[in-house]
Design a protein around this ligand. Structure first.
Ligand code: GA4
Length: 339
């Protein structure tokens, strides 16, 4: 007799309750705003989206599809290499480098492999990546940095503060904490029970001011709305606006933005459920962060007279040190909250 068991690495990956594909959920998907970044009302629309959902789809962002597609092809070729080669080329994730199933060093696991890379002066800080992958990453990062800058300008305008204030904290600043993550969720052999999924990337909120995400349109990303409902972001792609641009970015509000606006913008909880069937999901996320010494506190310009700050002032380095000691699902802003 041969007993077939799933490899232990799969057994350790948690199952999660998935939102049902019913009418309620589709209505939820419709709640995800779509903003045309080139439209005259873009600043107000972006600010609205940041207040209500903390997540939106961006169109007319100016990044040519070929730049994203080239990166996708190079990344897929990289992930198809034997594990040892991937490790030799990029080092084991600590936390930068190549990682598989394990996310961070505090016990989070998911059905994925990834590259997490730091970028400085538009150079990916890993010496032995395949040159074609490096070139594709650098071209992509340069283009998405611009999208990030544009969104930050629109946010500032929407908040009624100096247009360049947020952009200047993050984009093109020497020593700023700029990262790019490429996540590959291979087809998952585990068949979860009905209404369940296998965790690809556990639920969390991002720490940076803004994350700009793009995926190869394979389902998996879910966000948690303010009312607690989780919605699948792929549904909105297919159902709402097939006619819009061929590809979109999804800016995700992160914790830094929550603090700067004294809670007016909320960072959004999101997670990825591993793809079902033979599909592979690939996503690329650009994280725009400030320099380690940047002081982070609510912007006086957005506070009303007499309004109390919800957070104590801290530096980005302080926040990151605390974050790396936590699990994905932890409430990581807790130590910085005043009430
Ligand atoms: C670093 C880059 C992004 O900020 C992030 C972080 C993520 C998280 O905050 O949940 C991680 C960190 C980042 C790498 C190791 C793990 C995961 C915190 C942590 C301890 C959102 C990401 O993708 O990886």
């Amino acid at each position: 007799m041969v007993a077939i068991t799933a490899p232990s690495s799969i057994e350790q990956i948690p199952l999660v309750q998935c939102p049902r594909a019913n009418a309620g959920q589709q209505a939820g998907a419709a709640a995800i705003p779509c903003v045309d970044l080139s439209a005259p009302g873009a600043a107000a629309a972006v600010a609205d989206a940041c207040r209500s959902v903390g997540f939106f789809r961006a169109t007319n962002h100016g990044v040519p599809a070929r730049v994203a597609e080239a990166l996708e092809a190079r990344a897929m070729a990289f992930f198809a290499l034997p594990t040892q080669e991937k490790l030799d080329m990029s080092g084991a994730a600590r936390p930068m480098g190549y990682g598989s199933k394990s996310i961070g060093s505090n016990g989070d696991v998911g059905w994925l492999e990834y590259l997490l890379l730091s970028v400085s002066a538009n150079t990916v800080k890993v010496s032995s990546l395949p040159p074609s992958l490096r070139a594709a990453l650098e071209e992509y990062t340069a283009a998405v940095r611009e999208v990030c800058g544009r969104v930050l300008e629109l946010i500032a305008e929407g908040l009624g503060v100096d247009r360049s204030l947020l952009r200047a904290m993050v984009v093109g600043r020497e020593g700023s904490d700029e990262l790019v993550r490429v996540n590959h969720y291979p087809p998952c052999p585990l068949l979860p029970p009905v209404d369940c999924g296998v965790t690809g990337f556990g639920e969390h909120t991002d720490p940076q001011i803004i994350s700009v995400l793009r995926s190869n349109r394979t389902a998996g990303l879910q966000i948690k709305l303010r009312d607690g409902r989780r919605v699948c972001c792929c549904l909105c792609d297919t159902q709402l606006d097939r006619s819009l641009m061929a590809f979109r970015f999804r800016p995700v509000m992160a914790m830094h933005a929550q603090v700067l606006t004294n809670g007016r913008f909320r960072s959004v909880k999101h997670r990825v459920v591993a793809p079902e069937g033979a599909q592979s999901r690939l996503s690329v996320i650009y994280f725009g962060g400030p320099t380690p010494s940047q002081r982070i506190a609510p912007l006086p310009q957005v506070m009303r007279d007499g309004e109390q700050s919800l957070y104590r002032e801290f530096t980005w380095a302080e926040y990151k040190t605390a974050m790396y000691k936590t699990r994905l699902a932890d409430h990581r802003l807790g130590p910085f909250e005043l009430r």
